[in-house]
Design a protein. Structure first.
Length: 494
């Protein structure tokens, strides 16, 4: 019998896994994170950025519940921008460009130093289930870990298959193994496994980009932090510019000529792709009337010369990727450092879950992140937070925690997934949120600090500071309500 007993086991150390494991451990539960490698905890698989429209709201909600994503973004951001500032408060969101390497190192440090949290580098092969309840996990290295609750956050790894042109490799991310046995075991437990597709662009050597031809986009300065716990972004934190360029007729010609080699259009990939973050092949097919598409050249970090060309995700063969990127202004002599690729991965229909993210079939088993059919770090982390809190509450025999659609973006995300399901990768948008005039980024602390405090995930001092802030605002509003301004001649009399 197993020597190892935990209250909660989290499978995976991606964005969902990190928040789930930290929440459980910080709620006082003996927690284990079993993940393929410690060096990839907190890894950004695709674009080095946090936030964005609809996503910035999620980051703020994770933060006020005591999560780590906002703090990590503040500490490792290299460009911060408020989006939609010319529009109303309901659709304003924060976004930052992150230093990819520093972001994951920050997360690794927090996770490995967290009290009550043991990190095990191993692959979970099977769940131990008896009488309809999860009892633990079995790993590749022969460990049998017992527990009361399990959170699965396997992201793009569940039976993942990567495609570059005709070349297909089993893997969860470039250079990393897929999680195949666990997918089979999940099927044996009676769950259906569907497949979704996503993709990433090639990475470019910034030393071979001609920035002099391109439009420059600078950071807001001073930047506005994500976390209510960050007073300000330090003045000496370097802020880097992004640059904007565009695809051209020549780019589209190359891609069209090789469309038959794209795994998405050759019939090689059957899974449904991300509608709102399409590959460049998809853009050409779906928006055939457009003669150009934006490409944002985003720096990958402070001490790397790699650039991320946001907007040209592709599964075309490497030689074609090279050919088409060199038709883009500023990239005529560019060198590709890593090819773009498409990936298909297993997803469990989220209608199998309750609003706490526990499966209906197996008690004590929770699912969070991309495995539930979402796409994006923020969507994953928000689910990780809720699954982690609920897995901990269940292990403590306490009442579960459900956020309503009327009070949080996270509530809308989980309600949409668990009640309607999704037949394509789900991304958060402000338009999904019926109460967006009321639930906004700027009042997240007012709406949700009580929950962070309820679970002990934010301190009493932090909570009191928020109560004081809103008491002062209320006092001032009352003062303005009771003050009339009368204009007499040229004088103003109160
Ligand atoms: C090629 C690619 C392109 C993408 N493009 C986009 C995009 O354009 N836009 C967008 O919003 N998002 C994109 N994403 C998705 C984004 O990366 C994910 O949404 C996000 O990382 C999901 O977080 P997660 O925590 O669910 O899983 P992940 O970040 O994938 O983490 C999964 C974790 O589980 C671990 N793991 C897996 N199986 C096991 C096992 N059996 N035992 C132990 N540990 C295990 C892994 O080691 C890893 O730590 C892309 C991802 C990839 C790979």
């Amino acid at each position: 019998m197993s020597q190892h007993h935990f209250d909660c086991i989290v499978i995976g150390g991606g964005h969902a896994g990190v928040e789930a494991a930290l929440a459980s451990a910080r709620m006082g539960l003996k927690t284990a994170m079993v993940t393929l490698s410690v060096e990839t905890i907190g890894q950004m698989s695709c674009n080095p950025a946090i936030g964005g429209v609809g996503k910035g709201q999620l980051v703020r909600e994770i933060d006020i519940l005591g999560g780590e994503m906002g703090l990590a973004a503040d500490r490792t951001g290299i460009q911060f921008r408020q989006l939609n500032t010319s529009k109303g408060q309901a659709v304003r969101s924060s976004r930052c460009q992150s230093d990819r390497k520093r972001y994951k190192l920050y997360m690794q440090q927090v996770v490995t130093q967290q009290e009550n949290l043991t990190v095990i580098a191993d692959q979970v092969m099977e769940l131990i289930v008896s009488n309809g309840r999860v009892r633990g996990v079995k790993t590749e290295q022969g460990l049998e870990l017992e527990c009361l609750t399990v959170v699965i956050t396997t992201g793009t790894f569940l039976q993942g298959r990567m495609h570059v042109g005709k070349e297909i490799t089993s893997g969860g991310r470039r250079g990393e193994r897929a999680s195949v046995r666990l997918a089979d075991n999940i099927r044996e437990l009676g769950f259906e496994v569907l497949f979704f597709k996503t993709g990433t662009p090639p990475r470019l050597d910034g030393r071979t980009i001609d920035f002099s031809k391109l439009e420059r986009q600078d950071s807001d300065n001073p930047p506005i932090p994500f976390s209510f716990r960050t007073k300000e972004i330090p003045k000496d934190q370097p802020l880097l510019p992004c640059h904007i360029t565009h695809t051209s007729d020549a780019t589209h010609e190359v891609i069209r000529a090789h469309m038959h080699e794209s795994p998405m259009y050759s019939g090689q990939i059957k899974a449904t792709g991300v509608r709102y973050c399409p590959s460049i092949e998809d853009k050409l097919k779906k928006f055939a009337d457009k003669s150009t598409h934006h490409v944002f050249l985003e720096p990958e970090g402070m001490d790397t010369f790699e650039y991320y060309p946001n907007g040209v995700s592709t599964g075309l063969p490497l030689a074609v990727q090279e050919k088409f990127v060199r038709t883009i202004k500023g990239l005529e002599k560019v060198v590709i450092t890593q090819p773009g690729y498409a990936i298909e991965h297993g997803v469990i229909p989220a209608t199998e879950l309750t609003a706490t993210l526990e499966t209906k079939k197996v008690a004590g088993l929770f699912l969070a992140g991309q495995i539930n059919g979402t796409t994006g770090y923020e969507e994953a982390a928000a689910q990780g937070m809720i699954a982690g809190i609920n897995a901990a509450l269940q292990a403590k025999n306490q009442e579960s925690f459900i956020l309503g659609r009327h009070e949080a973006y996270t509530g809308v995300l989980i309600d949409d997934l668990t009640t309607k399901g999704t037949d394509e990768p789900y991304r958060m948008f402000t338009s999904r949120v019926e109460y967006r005039l009321i639930i906004r980024e700027d009042n997240t602390d007012q709406r949700m600090a009580k929950y962070g405090r309820q679970f002990g995930l934010i301190t009493e001092q932090e909570y009191d500071a928020i109560i004081t802030k809103y008491a002062l605002i209320e006092k001032e509003v009352e003062h303005l309500r009771n003050t009339s301004v009368v204009r007499v001649h040229n004088w103003i009399r109160f």
